[in-house]
Design a protein around this ligand. Structure first.
Ligand code: BES
Ligand code: ZN
Ligand code: ZN
Length: 482
């Protein structure tokens, strides 16, 4: 990794020449000057060197390190390479950033950048990065030796978080004929055997007994039965209140009777991105052995039109007994979350955090660079915003002001599942959920803008991104530090 500053640029080249006992010629450098987004591939005998630009040192951020790492690593894609070695940037000048954080950030960003979802190609070609067997992180400075423990920890935790995010991406990218409520439940219960968390699965019969009207009604039009997943990780003390994380698990969202236009509908297989993120977080925290009790709730349904579907105008009753007028069957995520959020009360949680691909309006509001956060507890929201800044799995807050509340009033039921057309669509989702929360601090993260992408960027691929995994894992790690 090279800075743009002339002196630092040439110092770096000298170090590489010394380390690899080679000579880097001016022509080999092409037009590479260490500017952001620039990369160059240099052939030197046995090794190939990829330089990736960081820009000026005074403008350095941890995110620029992640991006430079990702760009460099991605350059290996078309090459037949088995091993890559990545330099750990030595920089002690970033405020609040330790060498461990740099090692972790580089590890995560390399794993995320190398991700591909290619299992359904029958012909394997060499363009994918699966050929890479080993990634090494190295430092050229002896002065870093005293930090070897921290660096190791950064790499170790980075591997876990990166792989857990990629696992969530895989779940999101799986088509809906493979991942549907029942198969997702089976997959997670197989997983619990390898990992240190448990899964309880509520089937249709149990959901009927519990009167989970939101989940049951949304699922009604599909031949796939609903499931409700309860994940448990007990890393904390026995009597410690758990943190509950809830994820929207709509394995395919056609919109139901309020059917969506066909363009782009295929991406609605990722409408369980919130649920996938919850599973990713459990994968991560169980391997990181966090000292925290965490419960995961994932209501899983497929939203389909049929002669048996719930319909606009229907009135349904949620788990907590509240009645909902269904104005639009495409606003289904909030209906299944209504059940899950009221169910969460039974754990007397310390915090409840939900993640959901809830509103297209959030994409209009903020684009694919951040998720939207809302909540009833500013302290919790602030903690999540901070974890977002640390990981760059960022969130931006919208208000849940009382003035919005009347917009979801119904003329025939306690609440309606839409607001006024074209007004504050993402906030309407939040206001609706707020009616169903219990007596606990709560934050709602609308990940619709970040969970699925229509083009790749740096370490995020096209399609499922696994957003939310890094954010909430970091939040839980921070909670443990106190
Ligand atoms: N799953 C969608 C939201 C979505 C849209 C996620 C695009 C990712 C990309 C959600 O169930 C939905 O359809 N929401 C409606 C709500 C509306 C009917 C009030 C929407 O956003 O249009
Ligand atoms: Zn929908
Ligand atoms: Zn949806």
């Amino acid at each position: 990794m090279c800075y743009e500053d002339k002196k630092l640029f040439y110092e770096e080249l000298k170090l590489i020449e010394k380390l690899l006992k080679c000579k880097i010629s001016k022509t080999g450098l092409e037009d590479f000057e260490g500017k952001e987004k620039q990369t160059v591939l240099i052939y030197t005998g046995e090794n190939r060197i990829i330089l990736s630009g960081l820009g000026l040192k005074k403008d350095l951020t941890l995110e620029k390190v992640r991006k430079a790492t990702a760009r460099g690593v991605k350059k290996t894609r078309s090459l037949k390479i088995k091993k890559i070695a990545i330099e750990i940037l030595q920089d002690q000048t970033l405020e609040g950033v330790q060498i461990e954080d740099i090692a972790r950030a580089e590890t995560i960003s390399s794993l995320l950048a190398l991700y591909s979802f290619d299992k359904y190609f029958t012909k394997k070609d060499s363009k994918d990065s699966k050929g890479i067997k080993e990634i090494m992180l190295f430092s050229q400075y002896h002065s870093l030796e005293k930090y070897s423990k921290e660096i190791e920890r950064g790499i170790y935790t980075g591997c876990i978080i990166g792989e857990s995010t990629n696992f969530a991406r895989d779940l999101g990218n799986e088509p809906s004929n493979i991942i549907y409520p029942e198969s997702l439940a089976n997959l997670v219960s197989k997983r619990q055997k390898e990992r240190n968390y448990s899964v309880e699965i509520l089937d249709k019969q149990k959901l009927t007994k519990l009167k989970m009207g939101g989940v049951l009604e949304v699922a009604r039009g599909s031949s796939r039965e609903p499931r409700f997943l309860i994940l448990k990780y007990n890393g904390g003390a026995k009597n410690e209140k758990p943190i509950v994380i809830v994820g929207k698990g709509v394995t395919f969202d056609s919109g139901g009777i309020s059917i969506k236009p066909s363009a782009g509908m295929a991406l609605m297989k990722v409408d369980m991105g919130g649920g996938a993120a919850v599973i990713g977080v459990f994968e991560a925290i169980s391997q990181l052995k966090l000292k925290q009790n965490v419960i995961g709730l994932i209501p899983c349904v497929e939203n389909m039109p049929s002669g048996n579907s719930f319909k606009p105008g229907d009135v349904i009753t949620a788990y907590n007994g509240m009645t909902i007028e269904v104005d639009n069957t495409d606003a289904e995520g909030r209906l299944i979350l209504a059940d899950a959020l009221s169910y969460a009360s039974k754990y007397s949680p310390k915090y409840v955090i939900d993640m959901a691909t809830l509103t297209g309006a959030s994409i209009v509001a903020i684009g694919s660079v951040a998720s939207i956060i809302m909540g009833n507890d500013q302290d919790l929201v602030n903690k999540l915003i901070a974890a977002g800044e640390q990981t760059y799995d960022r969130v931006w807050q919208l208000p849940l002001w009382d003035e919005y509340d009347r917009m979801i009033n119904s003329e025939i039921a306690d609440v309606k599942n839409t607001g006024q057309s074209r007004q504050a669509g993402t906030i309407m989702g939040g206001m609706f959920l707020k009616r169903f929360i219990g007596n606990y601090p709560w934050a709602h993260i609308d990940i619709a803008a970040t969970a699925m992408r229509d083009s790749e960027s740096d370490y995020d691929p096209k399609n499922a991104t696994g957003s939310g995994v890094r954010l909430v894992t970091q939040f839980l790690m921070n909670e443990c530090k106190k």
